[in-house]
Design a protein. Structure first.
Length: 171
């Protein structure tokens, strides 16, 4: 259990099919309150569009605390020098899943399962522009504000943080 914000962040990338091809969703979740603090939706898989874009959003939304652990899989977008040097410049401790073990990143995988079950599966294919809007609304309006999280005793992120006097003045 993580007892303070910005102690452990987890990240992963998934693909989302549209009628115009795939979009790639990169996410960064703070394990403290399960908030999606950084994310990027891109047409390609390069580091600038995926991990670096999500990292830049995350550090705008949350302060990097001393000895923050950043966990991801071993994908090239996380393992390359550009991304590694970026997060190491903040004094972040890197953690990477064991080879071929998706259970090491269960929270990120669980988010993707929820997203795909609640939003993607069962819907007819839509174009990229509409999917971008749907993903934005799912993350920023539903997941981060209204969805109740089992890990938070079925409170919303806001209810959890208010109960714990965290981020009173932060959206």
């Amino acid at each position: 259990m993580v007892t303070n914000p910005s102690r452990v962040w987890v990240s992963d990338i998934t693909y989302i099919q549209t009628k115009e091809g795939f979009l790639y969703l990169t996410t960064i979740i703070d394990l403290y309150d399960r908030k999606m603090i950084g994310w990027s939706l891109s047409n390609g898989m390069n580091t600038e569009e995926t991990t670096l874009a999500a990292w830049k959003m995350a550090i705008r939304n949350r302060n990097v605390q001393k000895e923050l652990i950043f966990h991801s899989d071993r994908g090239v977008q996380y393992a390359n020098k550009k991304f590694a040097n970026t997060i190491e410049s903040y004094g972040v401790i890197r953690s990477m899943s064991r080879k071929g073990n998706c259970w090491d990143n269960a929270v990120a995988e669980s988010f993707f399962k929820s997203l795909k079950t609640e939003l993607i599966y069962g819907n007819k294919l839509i174009d990229k522009e509409q999917m971008e809007l749907e993903i934005f609304e799912y993350i920023e309006i539903w997941y981060n504000k209204k969805r109740r999280h089992g890990a938070l005793n079925y409170k919303t992120i806001e209810e959890f943080n208010n109960q714990n006097n965290i981020y009173k003045n932060v959206a």
